[in-house]
Ligand binder design. Structure first.
Ligand SMILES: [Zn+2]
Length: 249
């Protein structure tokens, strides 16, 4: 499994993006609803069993519940409030035609991984630079590095892996750290990239050269970070199986 740093060409990409965006917004575009992936997360990924998550929109509750726990469709079992596939903060922030799906996966030995897919709507502003939201939630990003996920019969899928750390302090003064990872990639029609900036470049060139604007999806997988190497292998294995299940035939 190879990893490599993305820093050397990020500046070039950023300059390209700025130039392209400046041009892009002066051109009329046919909005296309074509996507490169389904808004779908399988119930099973290898040995991992998935349960969909729903989020209470009642500001006083905001409970996270499993779909399997919900008795009345769309109703929060804790407060009777309205449920959504996205958290209250996301509903408030994202355009209303954004599609979101989240699942928690559990392995036979009890390990937990979260997966999510966000599909942009017509406004194309549904997907933000992931780092911004994560840091806003109190995490510190200690490392970001692309992971090559080996695939059968095609080139590897590049996935961005952020190593994160959340420091906490209990009321009695005890302190601790929670190490986690957040892995993601973007999918457009016939395109895949682990770089948010590259996605902007693709969107801009599609607008300028092909006069079209496809829907983009943002797929993420997150969990607890253990020893270096081991969790990266786990991500590669999980993402490979998830990718195969999600691909459009
Ligand atoms: Zn509720």
């Amino acid at each position: 499994m190879e990893t490599r740093s993305f820093r050397p060409y990020i500046t070039v990409v950023a300059l390209l993006a700025l130039t392209s965006l400046a041009l892009a917004f002066t051109v009329d575009t046919n909005i296309s609803d074509e996507a490169g992936v389904r808004v779908y997360l399988p119930d099973q990924v290898g040995d991992w069993k998935g349960d969909e998550l729903r989020f209470c929109q009642n500001p006083a509750c905001q409970a996270t519940v499993f779909l399997s726990e919900i008795k009345e469709k769309g109703v929060c079992p804790k407060c009777g409030g309205k449920l959504s596939t996205m958290a209250k903060a996301e509903t408030d922030l994202l355009p209303s035609d954004t599609e979101v799906l989240k699942k928690q996966y559990t392995s036979p030995d009890g390990e937990i991984v979260f997966a999510s897919i966000v599909m942009s709507g017509r406004e194309r502003s549904s997907i933000h630079r992931p780092q911004v939201c994560l840091v806003g939630q109190g995490n510190e990003i200690v490392k970001s590095k692309v992971l090559d996920v080996p695939m059968n019969n095609r080139r590897p899928l590049d996935v961005m892996v952020l190593d994160m750390l959340r420091r906490w302090r209990a009321p009695d003064g005890r302190q601790g750290e929670y190490p986690s990872y957040y892995a993601y990639w973007f999918v457009g029609k016939g395109r895949e990239t682990p770089y948010h900036t590259m996605r902007m470049v693709y969107m801009a060139t599609d607008r300028i050269l092909h006069n079209r604007s496809h829907r983009w999806a943002y797929i993420s997988v997150s969990g607890v970070r253990d020893d270096e190497g081991i969790y990266r292998q786990k991500i590669a294995s999980f993402v490979k199986q998830l990718y195969l299940e999600m691909a459009i035939e």
